[in-house]
Ligand binder design. Sequence first.
Ligand SMILES: Cc1cc2nc3c(=O)[nH]c(=O)nc-3n(C[C@H](O)[C@H](O)[C@H](O)COP(=O)(O)OP(=O)(O)OC[C@H]3O[C@@H](n4cnc5c(N)ncnc54)[C@H](O)[C@@H]3O)c2cc1C
Length: 230
Amino acid sequence: MAGKKVLIIYAHQEPKSMNGSLKNTAVDILSKQGCSVTVSDLYAMQFKATTTRNDITGNLCNPQHFNYGVETREAFRHGSLCKDVVEEQKKVQEADLVIFQFPLYWFSMPAIMKGWLDRVLIQGFAHDFPQCYEAGLLKGKLALLSFTTGGTEEMFSKEGDSGDVKYLLWPIQHGMMHFCGFKILSPQINFAPEYVTESRRKEMLTSWAQRLESIWNEKPITCTPPWYFQ
Ligand SMILES: Cc1cc2nc3c(=O)[nH]c(=O)nc-3n(C[C@H](O)[C@H](O)[C@H](O)COP(=O)(O)OP(=O)(O)OC[C@H]3O[C@@H](n4cnc5c(N)ncnc54)[C@H](O)[C@@H]3O)c2cc1C
C-alpha cells in the first residue's frame, strides 16, 4: 500500500535479538510495499521513560503542587512540551499504523516503552474527555502489538500457568491503545523464541513477513470486554 505511513516503536537493546529481526522484517516488507516506515528505536535513542517536570519547558500552571497530567495537557496546548515528546507526537500524528515491537516483561511491555506511552500519548493530544475510546483523538489509526515471550503458548492458554494471553493484552490494547481511539489489529505473538529451534524461529519471521504482505486488508479486532473475557 504505497503511501501509507508506518511507525514502529521498538524496544530491544540488542540489534541481533529476535525482536530486532522482527523489526527488520517489518521495515523490509513494508518499505517494499512503498510504505514510509519510521522506527523509534527507544534504547538507541536513550528515550527518557520517566514523567518529570523537565517535560514542560515553560512555566508551570501550579509550581506549588506538581500534577503531571494537568501540566502536560496545558503544555501541549501552549506548545511548551519538551522536544523529544513533540517529535514522537509528530510521528504518531503522521502514522496510519503504529507497530509496537517488544519482548514481554512482567506480563507487559518494557518500562522504556511504557514511558513512551506515558509521555507521548498525553491528554489533549491522544485523548480528552469525552474524546476517548471510539472518539479518542487518534481515531482512524491502527495499532498492532508484536511481541515475544519467554513462556510457551501452552503456558499462555486458558488452562496454562500464565492464563489466557488475551487477559494481559486487555490493559494495553483496550486501556491504552483503544482509549486513545486506535483500532487494534490482532497481536503478533511469537512464543518462546529462545527455546525453539533455529528453523522454527525462521518460520516465525516468515509468518510475520507473510502477514505483513496483506496487513492493510485486515479487519481490526473488537475491543469490548466480552471479546477478552468470554
Ligand atoms: C525483566 C524481564 C521480564 C520478563 N517477563 C516475562 C514475562 O512476564 N513473561 C514471559 O513469558 N517472559 C518474560 N520475560 C522473557 C522475555 O519475554 C523473553 O526473554 C524475550 O521475549 C525473548 O525475546 P528476545 O528478542 O529478547 O530473544 P533473543 O534471546 O534475543 O532471541 C532468541 C533467539 O533468536 C535468535 N535470532 C535472532 N534473530 C534471528 C533470525 N533472524 N533468525 C533466527 N534466529 C534469530 C537469537 O540469536 C536468539 O538465539 C522477561 C524477561 C525480562 C528480562
